[in-house]
Design a protein around this ligand. Structure first.
Ligand SMILES: [Cu+2]
Length: 335
């Protein structure tokens, strides 16, 4: 019979050196699960799992801001948000970050889906390429962001545009959506929608800028944001001249009182309306990339389902709160 006795150890009251004793016993070895331990691309690539390459560049560019000015943005692959990675739970992600020779600063990439600290990846300097691999073990929506130069300037890099999302689809796919309807007073008439849905992604952030369009850390610490941005732009949800033409038959006949992004020269930085059909299952991937809370509500609608980490958090809720670096999947039917 074996008895195991527990006791507390106060190292300061021992007359032996605890660290020496541990060393004499052969030391301590940290054992971590596969997702953490096997970051070597060679091992993971030959694991038999599906390998998805995710290639990014770290580039500083000037981007338009409301009022006709520009700001000094930092980007993954010259876009804000950065490219979206979409994989299936269990896939191996092979992430490669390239920093061009003429880039002004080093960058990193901390992918929350990887469950690894950005500290392991350090900083990739101008002219360098770096790579790591990981298994996307958990389903859901996860932020990725620049980790600055060995964490220094991380706030500047992220709040200047270096962020994006990884969508990890559940291994067994998405579930059908149930919406409660009634066929009379007190008569429940559940309605089911196929898991296939029309999908959108919305990423929230703030810009903290000096009048010259540079990052303003003082403003960030005081939460005095210059702008709230959705998918990288202010007021991106108002119509532009293409919608004027569609709805009013005239590019110059505005639909809304303020249309700051009317010009088609803005290309991908043009405002975009989200067109959905009545009685259609819509899936929204939403991430709060910033340092202010997001109170997500759709005017005139109820969020039929909120999912985080492949677990239903709520049904039929009016608003859902996302803290900084938090994501969710909202399923809704507009009716
Ligand atoms: Cu960066």
């Amino acid at each position: 019979q074996t008895q195991i006795a527990g006791q507390s150890l106060d190292a300061s009251k021992l007359d032996v050196n605890v660290m020496d004793q541990i060393r004499n016993m052969g030391g301590l070895q940290l054992v971590m699960p596969q997702a953490f331990a096997e970051t070597d691309c060679g091992v993971l690539e030959s694991s038999g799992r599906n390998v998805v390459e995710f290639n990014l560049t770290g580039v500083s560019v000037e981007l338009p801001i409301m009022g006709g000015k520009t700001y000094n943005a930092m980007t993954f692959s010259e876009q804000v948000p950065g490219p979206t990675l979409r994989v299936t739970q269990g896939d191996v992600v092979k992430m490669t970050l390239t920093i061009p020779d003429d880039e002004v600063t080093g960058h990193g990439n901390d992918m929350h889906a990887s469950q690894m600290s950005a500290g392991n990846f350090e900083s990739v300097n101008p002219g360098e390429v770096s790579q790591y691999c990981y298994i996307a073990e958990s389903a859901g929506i996860f932020k990725y962001h620049c980790s600055g130069v060995k964490l220094i300037g991380m706030d500047q890099h992220v709040l200047s545009g270096m962020y994006g999302i990884a969508i990890v689809d559940p291994a067994n796919g998405y579930k059908k959506l149930m919406v409660e309807k009634t066929s009379g007073s007190g008569e429940l008439d559940r309605k089911f929608y196929d898991a296939d849905a029309l999908e959108f992604q919305l990423q929230y952030n703030q810009l903290y800028l000096t009048p010259e369009g540079n990052y303003d850390a003082g403003a960030m610490f005081q939460h005095h944001n210059t702008a709230t941005v959705v998918n990288g732009m202010q007021f991106g949800y108002v119509p532009n001249m293409a919608h004027n033409l569609l709805v009013n038959g005239d590019v110059n006949k505005n639909i809304f009182v303020a249309q700051p992004w009317n010009g088609l020269e803005h290309k991908q930085y043009q405002s975009q309306l989200l067109f959905v059909e009545n009685d259609q299952h819509v899936r929204l991937f939403i991430e709060n990339q910033g340092n202010e809370p997001v109170f997500f509500h759709i005017v005139g609608e109820i969020l039929d389902r909120v999912v985080q980490g492949n677990r239903v958090q709520s049904a039929a809720t009016e608003t859902w709160l996302l803290g900084g670096s938090q994501g969710m999947i909202v399923d809704s039917v507009f009716d």
